[in-house]
Design a protein around this ligand. Structure first.
Ligand code: GLN
Length: 403
């Protein structure tokens, strides 16, 4: 839809980086309009995970009698900001930006062995970011270590008159102290995140991380986020409703692609949108319009907004009870081969993959994926730390201790 379109202005995050002397190397691939969890649905084709070609992974595959040199064995990066993750993971750049509406920065960071930060909603300007769900979108940061993420956040964070949802309070400077003592920290482990789809290996890494905090004196407590099981459907209704409205601007007149149909304006709109959007985007527009029909609005959209509040309140209650940081998995497993990923219905699989990340966006909280170890397949495994709103500095300090 945006083929050949060159925006006439820079996003605030881009301008801030340029103002600080950053060198921008280019734009990276992603799922179309950031809808997805695999980076397999972009117009430029799927993104390959650089770890597919790592010595560790190839050795392990050889040991399990797979032909590691088979081209079809390559792994997905996760998504939707998979191109950004691949670029940082392959050492082609120092850092990359992504967007995070339901996990799209943390998910590829986890599968590519990177730090992936979703800042608190309102800490970083969304001006110039193509909206997916306006009330959940945040520019995300992908780097190889926590200090690098803090440096980039220091450049990006702060009030922007062009985004009225950005905080007016002073922020930063995001220079991370070295935490020597974690004994005053309380780490919460949400029991509802122990879902049946979680791989047993991931579950073991999660317990190991909790034990590490406990062994160094932190208080580790089991907590409850009782509305977690509603988060995927709730996100789906809110996301598709906003997609239906946000995508209305792509009509063939203002931006990019225009279909050469001149029977009527409506026919031109329809043909342009049929040609310009992939089936994921078109599917979400259709579902969103269904949820927004007058007879469905209260039963779906209004109800989902209420459930979103309950999900956000779950976090508030946990943090009010004295928990400083929540420790959870980021993804259900390590990276899967592309051919396996596309075998199942892609959208069902994507939806399941976001179980640990989406409610954080609905609550507007900061969260970060921190690489932890390599799996038995020789692939990166990461865990997620979630903090109170605007506790990004503290969250990153704990993440630095953990990394
Ligand atoms: N996977 C989620 C979706 O497809 C999240 C996407 C995102 O964070 N941009 O909506």
């Amino acid at each position: 839809m945006l083929k050949g379109y060159i925006p006439p202005y820079n996003a605030t995050v881009v301008q801030k980086l340029l103002d600080q002397g950053a060198v921008l190397l280019g734009k990276t691939n992603l799922d179309e309009f950031a809808m997805g969890s695999g980076s397999t649905d972009g117009i430029f084709g799927p993104v390959r995970n650089p770890w597919s070609y790592s010595k560790q992974y190839r050795e392990k595959r050889k040991q399990s009698h797979h032909r590691a040199d088979e081209d079809s064995n390559w792994l997905i990066t996760g998504g939707s900001s998979g191109g950004s993750a691949a670029a940082v993971s392959a050492f082609t750049c120092f850092a990359a930006l992504g967007s995070d509406t339901g996990g799209s920065t943390r998910n590829p960071a986890a599968l590519c062995g990177l730090v992936g930060l979703k800042p608190t909603y309102g800490l970083v300007s969304r001006y110039g970011l193509i909206p997916l769900v306006n009330s959940m979108d945040v520019p995300g940061i992908l780097t190889r270590c926590v200090d690098d993420a803090a440096i980039v956040l220091g450049v990006l964070a702060g009030h922007d008159p062009k985004d009225s949802t950005t905080t007016q309070d002073p922020v930063g400077p995001f220079i991370l102290p070295i935490l020597r003592d974690v004994s005053k920290l309380c780490i919460g482990i949400p029991k509802e995140y122990n879902v049946p789809e979680l791989s047993s290996e991931m579950q073991a890494f999660w317990s190991k991380a909790a034990d590490l905090f406990a062994s160094k004196g932190a208080k580790v407590v089991e907590v409850s986020l009782p509305h977690t099981s509603y988060s995927i459907v709730c996100y789906h209704v809110l996301c598709t409703a906003e997609v239906a409205s946000n995508m209305a601007r792509f009509d063939g007149l203002e931006y990019g692609h225009r279909c050469n149909v001149n029977v009527s304006t409506e026919a031109m709109y329809a043909a342009t949108r049929r040609e310009g959007f992939n089936d994921v985007v078109r599917g979400r527009i259709l579902s969103g319009n269904f949820f927004l029909l007058r007879e469905n609005y209260d039963d779906y959209f209004v109800k989902a907004q209420k459930v979103r509040r309950l999900i956000a309140n779950d976090f508030v209650k946990v943090f009010n009870s004295g928990v400083d940081v929540l420790l959870t998995p980021t993804t259900l497993s390590d990276a899967v081969p592309y051919l396996e990923f596309i075998k199942e219905d892609n959208r069902t699989r994507s939806a399941q993959d976001d179980i640990f990340t989406q409610s954080v966006n609905m609550a507007g909280l900061p969260a970060v994926n921190v690489p932890m170890a390599l799996s038995s397949q020789g692939l990166p495994v990461g865990l997620q730390l979630i903090g109170r709103a605007f506790s990004d500095q503290q969250l990153l300090t704990v993440a630095k201790w953990f990394e």
